[in-house]
Ligand binder design. Structure first.
Ligand SMILES: Nc1ncnc2c1ncn2[C@@H]1O[C@H](COP(=O)(O)OP(=O)(O)OP(=O)(O)O)[C@@H](O)[C@H]1O
Length: 611
C-alpha cells in the first residue's frame, strides 16, 4: 500500500506531466514516443492494480485493450459517432463488461492455470477479431480514419491535433487515471487487494469474499485497458489489429516488471525504457530487429538484480535511508511498550440471536476421512458461552483437523456443527468468520508484505464492512471504528510500538502475537487458537500466556497446545483427543491425574502429565 501523504503523489505527477514537453525533447524523446509511453502507462495502471496489487498475473490483457480500442474506433469511423471522449468511454465500458465475463471464467483457477486461461481467452479474441468480426474490425487492415478529439466549449472549440497538442489530451487522461488508481489502492478495497496478493487463504479466513474482490480488480484492469486501447486508435489515427496480439500482453507484463510492479508508475517507467531503447537502438544504432536482444539482456539483469523493478528499487533505497531512523525509534518504543499494562478486553461482535442461551458450539458425530485414513471419528463436542476449553492429544491425534472442520475450512465427511444454535455445516470459512467464529493458525498465516498495522486493518475491515463491499473511493481513515479497533488490537497483543514495522522484520514471538491479533481484530465471539505457544522461547511463552489470559476475559475460547502447564493454567476444561476420537473430557486436574490419558498421551509414563 502506498504511504498516505495527502496529494503528494498527485502533485508530483501533475508537475511531471506539465514539465515533460519541456524536458523530454532534450533527452531525445519525440512527442509521439511520449504519447505512446502515456498510453502504455495508462494501460499499465489497471494492470498493476491486477498484478502488482492483487497478485493476479494475466497474460490476456490484449483482449480488453483490443476490445476497447475497436469498439471506440468502430463508433468513430463506421457508426458516425462524433464525440471522441464518449466513444472512448463506451469502449472502456465494453472492455469492462467483457472483463467481467472473462473474469468469471478465468478466476475459477489460480496461479499458472489462471494465467494460461487468460492467454487462451486472448487468443480466442485475436481469432474472432480477424475472422468472424472482420467486417467490423477491418480484419488485418484494422480501422483507419480515427479522428482526433475536439471539445466544443460553446464560444470556441479546442482541437487536439498530433504531437504535443495531442499530448495535452492524453496527459490529462493519464492524470485522471492516476487519481482514480490512487483512490482505489488507498481505499478499503485496495487494502484487501494487497491482502489477497500476500495471503489469499488468510484474507478468506478473516472474512473477505476474495473472489468478489479479485473479479473487481480484473474488471478495473479491463476498463483501463479498454480506455488505453481507444487512445491508441486516436494516437495513430488508426486502430491496428496487433492490439489484440499476445505480443501486446507480453510487452505489458515485461514493462511492468522492468518499471516495478505494485507501484502504479512502474508500467509507465517500463514503457519509457522499452520505447526509448526501441527508438534508440533501432534508429540511432541501426540495430534493426536485434534491438530485442539488448532489451532481453536489460530485462534479465533487472529481474535478477532489481526484483522490484526501477521504481521498486528507488522505493527500497528510500526505505533503507528512512528505515534506519524509524527502527531506532521503534526499538526505544518497544522497551516502553513492554512495560505497558494490557488494555481492557475488546468487545466481541454483537450476538445475532441474543435470546439464544444454549452452548455456543456443538459438534455431533464429526468425522473426517482422507481416503483410508480417519483423522477424526464420530467426535461429539460442546462448549458453553464464556467457557475456556483446552484440547490436547498426541501428534496426529486429529486436533488441527477438528479445528479446520469447526471453522469450515474443510468439510466434514459426516456430522454436524452448530454455532449459536445455527447449523453451519457446509458453510464457507468466510461466512463462518462473519458469524463470529474464527481461529489463529498453528503455522503463521500473516500478510507478509504488509506492516503490522496493515495486517490488523485487513482483519478489522472484514468485520466493519462485511464480506464484500465496493467502496472503491472511500479513504481507509473514513471507515467508522477502524482505527479504534486496530489500535485496540495492537495494544492487546502488545505490538503498538511495532505497528509500522514490516512483518518480515518481526521476531518470531511478535509474529505469533500478530497471528492471534489477526483473529482478534475480527471481534470473534468464539476464538479458536491452534498451538498459540508453539515454537516460542520460555520468556515469550510467559508473555503470551499473560496475553491469552487478558484476551480470555469475557470471551469464549478453545485452545490447542502441547504445553500442558500453560494450557492447564488457562482453561477450565480439557478435551483429550486420541487417534481422532474423544478419549476424555474433564477439568485440568482430572485430566492431569487420569491414568488412561497418561497412557495415551505419554505412553504410560508414571505420575502426572508434565510439560
Ligand atoms: N490434508 C490431509 N490429507 C491427508 N491426511 C491428512 C491431511 N491433514 C491431516 N491429515 C492426517 O490426519 C491425521 C491428523 O492430523 P492433524 O494435523 O489433525 O493432527 P494433530 O493432532 O493436529 O497433530 P499435531 O499435534 O502434530 O499438529 C494425521 O495422520 C495427518 O497425517
Amino acid at each position: 500500500m502506498l504511504k498516505q501523504r495527502p496529494f503528494l503523489i498527485e502533485t508530483l505527477t501533475a508537475i511531471g506531466l506539465i514539465a515533460a514537453p519541456f524536458v523530454l525533447p532534450h533527452l531525445g524523446f519525440a512527442p509521439n514516443t511520449v504519447n505512446r509511453i502515456l498510453v502504455w502507462g495508462l494501460f499499465g495502471l489497471g494492470f498493476d492494480i491486477l498484478f502488482g496489487f492483487t497478485g493476479l498475473l494475466s497474460f490476456g490483457q490484449s483482449a480488453f485493450y483490443g476490445t476497447g480500442g475497436f469498439v471506440a474506433a468502430y463508433l468513430l469511423t463506421r457508426a458516425g459517432f462524433g464525440n471522441v471522449l464518449v466513444a472512448l468511454i463506451i469502449g472502456m465500458i465494453a472492455a469492462a463488461a467483457t472483463g467481467y465475463v472473462i473474469g468469471l471464467i478465468a478466476l475459477r483457477r489460480t496461479g499458472i492455470y489462471f494465467a494460461m486461461i487468460t492467454v487462451a481467452i486472448a487468443e480466442v479474441f485475436y481469432f474472432v477479431e480477424f475472422n468472424p468480426l472482420s467486417d467490423f474490425t477491418g480484419g488485418e487492415n484494422g480501422l483507419p480514419g480515427v479522428p482526433m478529439p475536439s471539445f466544443n466549449l460553446g464560444f470556441t472549440t479546442i482541437h487536439f491535433t498530433d504531437g504535443w497538442s495531442l499530448y495535452q489530451f492524453i496527459a490529462l487522461c493519464y492524470f485522471i487515471g492516476v487519481i482514480i488508481a490512487l483512490r482505489i489502492v488507498r481505499s478499503p478495497v485496495g487494502a484487501i487487494f494487497s491482502a489477497i496478493r500476500d495471503n489469499p487463504l488468510r484474507a478468506t479466513a478473516v472474512g473477505h469474499n476474495i473472489h468478489g474482490y479479485k473479479l473487481t480488480a480484473f474488471v478495473i484492469a479491463a476498463a483501463y485497458a479498454g480506455f488505453a486501447g481507444g487512445l491508441l486508435g486516436v494516437l495513430q489515427a488508426f486502430m491496428p489489429p496487433d492490439a489484440f496480439t499476445f505480443d501486446t500482453s507480453g510487452q505489458l507484463v515485461m514493462q511492468t516488471a522492468i518499471g516495478g510492479r505494485g507501484t502504479l508508475f512502474g508500467p509507465l517507467v517500463g514503457a519509457a525504457v522499452w520505447l526509448f531503447l526501441q527508438d534508440f537502438l533501432q534508429a540511432a544504432l541501426d540495430l534493426g530487429a536485434a534491438w530485442k536482444l539488448v532489451l532481453g539482456v536489460v530485462f534479465v539483469l533487472l529481474v535478477c538484480f532489481l526484483r522490484g523493478g526501477i521504481v521498486g528499487g528507488l522505493a527500497d533505497l528510500y526505505r533503507l535511508v528512512s528505515g534506519k531512523r524509524a527502527r531506532k525509534e521503534a526499538e526505544q518504543q518497544t522497551e516502553i511498550g513492554a512495560a505497558r499494562p494490557l488494555p481492557a478486553p475488546m468487545q466481541a461482535r454483537e450476538v445475532a440471536h441474543p435470546a439464544y442461551s444454549g452452548p455456543i458450539l456443538k459438534a455431533t458425530g464429526l468425522t473426517k476421512r482422507y481416503g483410508g485414513l480417519v483423522a477424526n471419528s464420530n467426535v461429539d463436542f460442546s462448549v458453553d458461552q464464556g467457557e475456556l476449553r483446552g484440547i490436547i492429544g498426541p501428534n496426529g491425534a486429529g486436533k488441527s483437523t477438528f479445528f479446520k472442520m469447526l471453522t469450515c475450512e474443510i468439510a466434514p465427511t459426516s456430522g454436524q456443527i452448530v454455532f449459536e444454535g445455527r447449523d453451519i455445516t457446509g458453510l464457507k470459512v468466510t461466512e463462518v468468520c462473519q458469524l463470529g467464529l474464527t481461529k489463529s493458525y498453528q503455522v503463521n498465516q500473516l500478510f507478509t508484505g504488509l506492516t503490522v498495522r496493515q495486517n490488523l486493518t485487513i482483519a478489522a475491515l472484514a468485520e466493519l464492512r462485511g464480506k464484500f463491499r465496493l467502496d472503491l473511493f472511500r479513504k481507509l481513515a473514513n471507515v467508522k471504528g477502524l482505527s479504534e479497533q486496530v489500535e485496540h488490537t495492537l495494544a492487546l497483543v502488545n505490538l503498538t510500538a511495532r505497528a509500522d514495522t514490516q512483518v518480515a522484520e518481526l521476531a518470531y514471538g511478535e509474529k505469533r502475537r500478530l497471528e492471534i491479533g489477526l483473529a482478534l481484530a475480527t471481534s470473534p465471539r468464539l476464538l479458536l487458537l491452534d498451538e498459540p505457544l508453539a515454537g516460542m522461547s520460555p520468556r515469550e511463552r510467559v508473555e503470551t500466556v499473560k496475553l491469552l489470559k487478558s484476551i480470555a476475559r469475557g470471551r469464549t475460547m478453545i485452545i490447542i497446545d502441547h504445553d500442558m502447564d500453560s494450557l492447564f493454567e488457562l482453561v477450565q476444561r480439557v478435551t483429550v483427543l486420541q487417534e481422532g476420537r474423544v478419549l476424555l473430557d474433564g477439568t485440568p486436574e482430572e485430566i492431569r491425574t487420569n491414568a488412561a490419558v497418561q497412557e495415551a498421551y505419554l505412553g504410560g509414563v508414571n505420575g502426572e502429565i508434565a510439560a
